[in-house]
Structure formats: structure tokens, C-alpha cells
Design a protein around this ligand. Structure first.
Ligand SMILES: Nc1nc2c(ncn2[C@@H]2O[C@H](COP(=O)(O)OP(=O)(O)OP(=O)(O)O)[C@@H](O)[C@H]2O)c(=O)[nH]1
Ligand SMILES: [Mg+2]
Length: 370
């Protein structure tokens, strides 16, 4: 369910396609999609009256039991929609949080997601969260004259506080580990990019690693680091972490800030782009915007245009040389390489570019003057 052409140039159709992919990743079976074009969503129901009726009418034919909205809903809109539709209503942020919750494997990852979930929940509490009472032990948790809602809010705040303290502890360990790593003196190359662009596949191809990859969004949440030896015999560390997505929920960005801050330490960002995606250009803009939010646009950066194997016809057996020759008219700029992580094409040139960029970045005087 998408209300309008969005502000950031993504066509509504592409955005809702991505939402459907996210829903699939979360285990839902998508039975229908609806787009509404309105200059402003309705304050009370998000949808206009006619669309809401249309959606209610679809229930008998499609038999849906959850409706997912592509925008953030206010607590009021969500409540009204649930009442009108008599099914569960969630928004994009809640969906992404749900996927993150399934995908977080490390202790820190799980704490970060739990923190983000509670921060999302706090302003949305509408008093029906009676199960929360149990968390606080029930009896004695409610102060005199305090409403159920106030009690619930207090319990959530306390939980948020506890999660933050636990995260602090975990991060102290991480800081020690990072110190050790920086003492190793090895420069860090950080993989960044839209989710599903092929970052983990590239890490595996470059470093003979064995990182989990999947054709689903957010396969990776927890950072992984591997060693890579460059053509000039220098060793670097390559790290792979959470992918970016449009409208990455702010609660997630803040909860994952520590993980994302690891990018600060990187000597070089390697931006992996899924060139075969019809949304490649929009995805690049989203990645740029998030890098900007994280104040990382000043870092040396290389772009790897990935999945070029999908751009070739089936008319012949392609090998690395013929594929790269065939696509050479795409002539990427000097900081860009064409690769196929899965076929291991273009990696020699990528390694060279990494080593060249690191050299010029650490010796700015060697940079050719423009
Ligand atoms: N055809 C083709 N598929 C690729 C290529 N690189 C990656 N893939 C596929 O794209 C999907 C996503 O790859 P991942 O490496 O998991 O992507 P990621 O960027 O790590 O994704 P997240 O961790 O979810 O953010 C997987 O199904 C990969 O097999 C490639 O060069 N060509
Ligand atoms: Mg990954």
C-alpha cells in the first residue's frame, strides 16, 4: 500500500515492489498491491475514503489478514485503519524492524534491534499492551493514580534504558577489539551499498570467505571482517555490514550507529551497486544520501558496478574477457569498475584500483593535479 509518488524520486511502483520484496523476506505471502495518489495522506486514516472502501471490499476476494503501508503511519492512522479493516496493519518501519529482528545473530545485533523496536513502540503505545505488565513483574509495577498507559510507557522507558546500558558494555569490548585492529595498522576497506547488491558475495569472492548470502533483503546485519592481499602485497581488512535501504528507519540508524560508525575507521569505501536492478540509479542516490547523513562523503570511494553477468544475452558462453570487452562501451569512470561477484569477473582490476586509491589517499601529494 503506497499513497503517492514519493518525495525522493522513487516511482510509487518501484517502491511498492520493494515493499512486496520486504514482505516476502519477512515471510508474508503478497496477495495484492494498491497505490493511491493523493497530495497528502488523510490525517485520520492515511487513505482517502474511496480507497479505504476499495480496500475493505478487496477483503472478500483476496482474504488478506495483514495490510502493510509503505510510509510511516501515525499511531492514530494505524488504530483507525485496524478498526476499519479488522486486520493487522503495519508500516514499512515495523516491517523492516521485524526483518532485522529475525536476522540479528550476534548479541550486539540483537540488542540494537530490540532497542530500535522499543523506541519505535514508545510513542505508539495505545494502552492495549497489557502483556507488558508481565515484564515488570505485575504486582507493584503501577504507581498510585497511574493509568495503564503511563505504566506501559514507564516499563518501555526502563527497558530502553536497560538495553542502552547493556549495549554500552558490549561496545566497550568492541572498542578494545577495534583498538587491537588499528594497532595491527591494516587499512580497512568497508563495503557499502543497497541491500541485496552483492556485498557479501563480493567479500566471499575477494577474500575466499564464507559469508552467508541470499537473494533476500538484509541477509547481513552483523559486521564481518576478512583479510585481503592486494597486488602490491599490502594486506588490508575488508568489512561487510548491514545494507542500506530507502527510508531506513531512523530508530534503526540510531540503534545501529555504533556499527555504522565502524565505517568512520575505513580508509576506503567500496560502494557495491546492483547494475542489473531497474532501480540502480535510485538505489545509488539513497546510498549517497545515507553516506551524507553519516558524514562519510569525504572518504575515498570506489564504485563496483556488480551483476554485469545479468546484462549479457544468452546467445553465447561468456567468459570474463568477452564480457568485459562487450560492456567496455559502458566505460565506467576512473573510480568505477564493472564486476560480477558471483562469476568473479573484474576482480583483478578492482584489487588494483583499491591499492591505487589507498596509495593516493595515504599520500595526497601523489594525487595527480586536476
Ligand atoms: N547474477 C548475479 N547475482 C549476484 C551477483 N552478486 C550477488 N548476486 C546475488 O545477489 C543476491 C544478494 O547477494 P548478497 O551478497 O547476499 O547481497 P548483500 O549486498 O550482501 O545483501 P544484504 O546483506 O542483504 O544487504 C544473492 O542471491 C547473490 O547470489 C552477481 O555478480 N551476479
Ligand atoms: Mg550481505
Amino acid at each position: 500500500m503506497e499513497a503517492k509518488e514519493s518525495r525522493d524520486n522513487w516511482p510509487a511502483e518501484a517502491s511498492i515492489e520493494e515493499l512486496a520484496q520486504l514482505a516476502g523476506t519477512a515471510g508474508a505471502n503478497v496477495v495484492g498491491k494498491l497505490i493511491q495518489r493523493l497530495p497528502m495522506p488523510s490525517r485520520t486514516h492515511y487513505l482517502g475514503k474511496g480507497k479505504l472502501e476499495e480496500l475493505i471490499a478487496l477483503k472478500s476476494s483476496l482474504n488478506y489478514d495483514v495490510v502493510i503501508f509503505d510510509d510511516e503511519l501515525t499511531p492514530l492512522q494505524q488504530r483507525n485503519l485496524e478498526e476499519a479493516l479488522k486486520v493487522k496493519v503495519i508500516d514499512r518501519v515495523a516491517l523492516i524492524l521485524d526483518i532485522f529482528a529475525r536476522r540479528a545473530h550476534t548479541h550486539e545485533g540483537q540488542l540494537q534491534v530490540e532497542l530500535a523496536q522499543h523506541q519505535y513502540l514508545l510513542p505508539r503505545l495505545a494502552g492495549q499492551w497489557s502483556h507488558l505488565e508481565r515484564l515488570g513483574g505485575g504486582i507493584g509495577t503501577r504507581g498510585p493514580g497511574e493509568s495503564q498507559l503511563e505504566t506501559d510507557r514507564r516499563l518501555i522507558r526502563r527497558k530502553i534504558h536497560r538495553l542502552k546500558t547493556q549495549l554500552e558494555e558490549v561496545r566497550k569490548h568492541r572498542a578494545l577489539y577495534r583498538q587491537k585492529r588499528s594497532r595491527s595498522g591494516l587499512p580497512v576497506v568497508a563495503l557499502v551499498g543497497y541491500t541485496n547488491s552483492g556485498k557479501s558475495t563480493l567479500l566471499n569472492a575477494l577474500c575466499q570467505a564464507d559469508v552467508f548470502t541470499e537473494d533476500k533483503l538484509f541477509a547481513t546485519l552483523d559486521p564481518t571482517t576478512r583479510r585481503l592481499t592486494l597486488p602490491d602485497q599490502r594486506t588490508v581488512l575488508v568489512t561487510d555490514t548491514v545494507g542500506f535501504i530507502r527510508k531506513l528507519p531512523p530508530t534503526i540508524v540510531s540503534a545501529f550507529r555504533a556499527t555504522l560508525e565502524e565505517l568512520d575507521e575505513a580508509a576506503l569505501l567500496l560502494h557495491v551497486v546492483d547494475l542489473a536492478s531497474p532501480d540502480a540509479a535510485e538505489q545509488c542516490r539513497t546510498v549517497e544520501a545515507i553516506l551524507g547523513d553519516l558524514h562519510l562523503l569525504g572518504k575515498p570511494r570506489i564504485t563496483a558496478l556488480n551483476k554485469i553477468d545479468l546484462l549479457l544475452g544468452n546467445d553465447r558462453d561468456w567468459d570474463e574477457t568477452s564480457a568485459l570487452n562487450y560492456l567496455s562501451d559502458k566505460s565506467p569512470g576512473e573510480d568505477t569498475v564493472l564486476i560480477s561477484a558471483i562469476r568473479k569477473w573484474g576482480l583483478a582490476r578492482l584489487r588494483e584500483l583499491i591499492s591505487h586509491t589507498l596509495t593516493t589517499a595515504s599520500h595526497p601529494s601523489l594525487t595527480p593535479s586536476k
